[in-house]
Design a protein around this ligand. Structure first.
Ligand SMILES: Cc1cc2nc3c(=O)[nH]c(=O)nc-3n(C[C@H](O)[C@H](O)[C@H](O)COP(=O)(O)OP(=O)(O)OC[C@H]3O[C@@H](n4cnc5c(N)ncnc54)[C@H](O)[C@@H]3O)c2cc1C
Length: 598
């Protein structure tokens, strides 16, 4: 396996040349006071060193060893504790955090690049900082001042880590039926009792304390999702002076044996009247959790992207090195016994498909991060800009989560295929990427649920209004660049793809009012259609940025971008045609079978 190298050149291209992130940051005063282009670049450089130099070398060993459970707690794989300390020492947990509580206030456009490196280098490890950042976000948005002051600085520093405790044995997608309960104590705290499963890094030995954000029900709470509250339950209680006190009765009963991300602990957590504190309002816990989820869902999408990038790096090197058979057009390296497999059209198809999704996916995740930044940091005087960005975030988040992870797994499997039999063998690392990436389609809301969210809540729920925000953005780009020579071959195809997506959107909105199953039958294909069209838009923007610099480009970076764009438009975008046709066939064939007929 080629050693993972943080793709800094690619990230700089997307940030600076495609999206002009420095101009975005300068337009948001709350961001501008914390970051300028030089600081951002220094952060990228340093993040690259840590992720490639410290975390990536632990990835394989973490997978081999896994975590170990005893009744005393969970031991992380060798080297993880020291690596975690490196993250703490570098202040990496604080990157996107609120400066008032010790965070660095960096924009998501930049943070998401760090997250990609983290996840590409070592996904099992990367989940710990990722979950802590998410828990901080929810706490910062919804916690009382006292909770924030007690917990946030330690969590931003990483001395304490965070976990997100939602799932129960009988309640995964449907959190409305959770049974964990929280009963008021006399001192304003609550006694939390119940069992959660699948809690990532719910217990470990890397941080001094673990702060759980737990969903539970108060006595007499309404049934369903409207009766869920969120509680902060620390592993160790915190004394008034901020030092650690007694052990709270929140314990790890066991850890799961699983397919991938084996270096991380997936914990059964038991709460035995553990002391917890309400975060946000009673019965509004799910809303509070969703604050964090919009960020986390992009983060999970970025996990898929990170794994895909790692797979691409290894497959690319292998294809240049491995010699098998001669090129169809005749020997390319006659001095060798055979040509490198890179000469074969099918190997090129695989590598270009990987590049198309990875590089397009990175642009897309940065595009979504840009809307997250505007939604979070736009001044009160810019209400319209903020509302517009919130609409975009709401629409694009499920696409980012599901499309980037679905394509992420596709890319890892293709990467495995490029290596032939060696892709199946542990030593080469591709099989671990396939196993690790698989979970990203399942957790943080399965991709099926993301598709329902997109199609049902966002598109049909807004009667197409949210969709129009995206469609107008693409249409404006097409209009603004109609005279751009370099974009000629693409804009017509992009306009046709947008029209196809808009027609299907309208079709399903109409169907939804007549057929109850219309949304569920269309949703997954619709999300794919949306994602493929969005990436076509990203590739057009990349062409625009690369074209001016392609002439005389001896590095091949810009010319490579133009050629990959052509492949994307020739070979990947046309998939939208069959997806649209499938969606138009409606729900009849899907719902026709009886249970016995299955
Ligand atoms: C390794 C790992 C780590 C995890 N980490 C965490 C964590 O840190 N914290 C946490 O709280 N949870 C965590 N989870 C749990 C994860 O989020 C859930 O497994 C996931 O949300 C799915 O829930 P479920 O497994 O109960 O599946 P179910 O909800 O039973 O779903 C089964 C299938 O039915 C489909 N389905 C369900 N309802 C519908 C519907 N209404 N319409 C259409 N299809 C539907 C689903 O899409 C899925 O395909 C983790 C899980 C794993 C495996």
């Amino acid at each position: 396996m080629a050693d993972y190298q943080a793709p800094l050149r690619e990230m700089r291209f997307v940030l600076n040349e495609v999206f002009d992130a420095p101009a975005l940051w300068a337009s948001l005063p709350k961001v501008a006071e914390n970051v300028d282009p030089d600081t951002a670049d220094a952060i990228l450089e340093e993040a690259g060193k840590i992720t490639s130099g410290v975390l990536a070398p632990l990835n394989r060993e973490g997978d081999e060893q896994g975590c170990k459970w005893t009744a005393e707690g969970v031991t992380s794989p060798e080297g993880f504790k020291e690596a975690y300390q490196t993250i703490v020492d570098g202040g990496w947990n604080a990157l996107g955090g609120n400066p008032e509580q010790g965070g660095m206030g960096m924009p998501k456009t930049l943070v998401s690049q760090f997250e990609e490196m983290l996840q590409g280098a070592n996904m099992a490890f990367g989940l710990a900082p990722m979950l802590t950042a998410g828990a901080c976000l929810a706490l910062d948005a919804h916690g009382s001042n006292e909770l924030k002051e007690t917990y946030l600085p330690k969590m931003y520093s990483g001395v304490w880590s965070g976990a997100m405790d939602l799932t129960e044995p009988h309640a995964g997608t449907d959190l409305g039926i959770i049974r964990t309960k929280a009963e008021p104590n006399d001192d304003g705290s609550f006694a939390v009792t119940g069992t959660k499963i699948f809690i990532t890094w719910g217990e470990h030995d890397m941080a001094e304390n673990i702060v759980h954000l737990v969903l539970a029900k108060l006595p007499g709470a309404p049934k369903g999702p409207k009766g869920i509250s969120m509680f902060l339950v620390p592993k160790f209680l915190v004394k008034d002076d901020g030092s650690l006190g007694d052990r709270n009765p929140v314990t790890c009963g066991s850890i799961e044996k699983k397919m991938g991300i084996k270096g991380s602990a997936t914990c059964v957590m038991n709460y035995d009247a553990a002391r917890g504190w309400l975060v946000g309002e009673e019965n509004k816990g799910l809303n509070a959790m969703f604050t964090m989820m919009n960020y986390e869902r992009l983060g999970v999408g970025v996990q898929g992207l990170g794994a895909a990038e790692a797979s691409l790096q290894s497959a690319r090197e292998y294809a240049k090195d491995r010699i098998q058979s001669r090129a169809p057009s005749g020997a390319q390296q006659p001095e060798k016994a055979a040509d490198p497999i890179l000469v074969h059209p099918d190997v090129r198809r695989m590598l270009l498909t990987m590049k198309g999704y990875v590089e397009g996916g990175r642009a897309f995740s940065t595009y979504v991060a840009q809307w997250l930044d505007i939604a979070k940091y736009a001044d009160d005087s810019e209400q319209e800009r903020r509302i517009h960005a919130e609409g975009m975030v709401s629409l694009l988040t499920p696409v980012a989560k599901a499309f980037l992870t679905d394509r992420g797994l596709d890319v890892c499997i293709i990467g495995q295929q490029v290596l032939g039999g060696h892709g199946f063998i542990r030593e080469w690392g591709q099989e671990q990427l396939v196993r690790d990436c698989r979970i990203t389609q399942i957790y943080e809301g399965t991709n099926g649920i993301q598709a329902l969210d997109l199609m049902g809540r966002k598109v049909v729920g807004s009667q197409g209004k949210l969709y129009e925000l995206f469609a107008q953005d693409v249409a404006a780009f097409i209009e603004e660049n109609s005279d751009e020579q370099s974009l000629r071959p693409y804009l017509e195809l992009l306009a046709a793809a947008l029209e196809r997506l808009s027609d299907v959107t309208e079709h399903v909105i109409n169907q939804a009012s007549e057929t109850p199953d219309a949304v569920g039958a269309a949703s997954v294909d619709y999300l794919d259609l949306f994602g493929l069209t969005a990436l076509a838009y990203m590739w057009a923007r990349m062409v625009k940025a690369a074209a001016a610099k392609a002439e005389g480009d001896t590095s091949g970076f810009y010319t490579g971008k133009l050629k990959t764009a052509r492949f994307y438009y020739d070979r990947l975008l046309p998939k939208t045609v069959s997806l649209a046709e499938g969606i138009r066939s409606g729900s009849d064939s899907m719902m026709a079978l009886t249970a016995e007929e299955f």
